[in-house]
Design a protein around this ligand. Structure first.
Ligand code: PXP
Length: 254
């Protein structure tokens, strides 16, 4: 039985606030500096912190559909939590990362058409590109995570790439009518990642309902959760929505 985390810090909660910006962009895409532009991403980050978030995640996409460059600089300056920047491997985003200097960078695949990040990074097929990006980001003092599907060959390549962390894609788990098989894949990938010395995180599609089931996965260090928390915040507020998720994560690994 998996008994706790080496860090002794419990399972950490990274709150992805992209969809706060999605809502603002629905009306203020052309007027981002208007005094009427709302909701405010900085306030959302601060409220997430007050609710118990351990870090804030933001994804600046190539099409700037939600987070704008100025948003992430403001969040970094005005919210005193570690910042995790999700980015596709493009020169434009690498340059943003070097200027922003987030605490963590999570490399994700990105295509323009997808509604959200649909699959893990193809780390084997793109090994040269991924290894080079990892090296450059680490050289800038940024800790690197790779968002991958729970595939053993991908975990092995992630370890070879020099990345310190993997984030296991939990989308297939979240969408499965019966999650048994997906849970087994996640457990095997987490176990291998841990054995290879990687910090194992997980994210995508995690919600208040499927969280207790996901927590059967061993060796998890951090969950990154966005959509469900931001949705719940509509009725109870960001602080309470984050606090409820944090309560659900308590006792992991005990
Ligand atoms: N982790 C990664 C790498 C993601 O791309 C996303 C979605 O932006 C998340 C976590 C959060 O997923 P969700 O919004 O479904 O909680």
């Amino acid at each position: 039985m998996w008994r706790g985390l080496a860090s002794g810090m419990g399972l950490l909660l990274g709150v992805n606030i992209d969809h706060v910006a999605t809502l603002r962009q629905a009306r203020y895409a052309l007027l981002p500096d208007s005094p009427n532009a709302e909701p405010c991403v900085v306030q959302a980050a601060q409220e997430a912190k007050a609710g118990g978030a351990d870090s804030i995640t933001v994804h600046v996409r190539g099409d700037r559909r939600h987070m704008q460059d100025a948003d992430v600089f403001r969040v970094k300056a005005e919210c005193d939590l570690p910042l995790n920047l999700e980015l596709g491997i493009t020169e434009e985003m690498m340059d943003l990362a070097f200027r922003l200097k987030p605490d963590f960078a999570c490399l994700v695949p990105e295509t323009r058409e997808e509604v959200t990040t649909e699959g893990g990074l193809a780390v084997c097929a793109l090994s040269g590109t991924v290894r080079e990006a990892v090296k450059r980001l680490k050289g800038a003092g940024i800790k690197v995570s790779l968002f991958i599907d729970p595939i053993l060959a991908d975990v092995e390549e992630a370890a070879r790439s020099g990345a310190e962390m993997i984030e296991l894609h939990t989308g297939a788990f979240a969408n499965a009518a019966d999650p048994t098989e997906e849970l087994a894949r996640l457990a095997a990938a987490a176990e291998l990642g841990h054995k290879l010395g990687l910090q194992v995180n997980a994210g995508h599609g995690i919600n208040y309902r499927n969280l207790p089931v996901l927590l059967k996965t061993p060796f998890l260090a951090e969950l990154n959760i966005g959509h469900s928390i931001v949705s719940r915040a509509m009725t109870v507020g960001m602080r309470q929505a984050v606090a409820e998720m944090a309560v659900g994560m308590k006792g992991y690994g005990a």
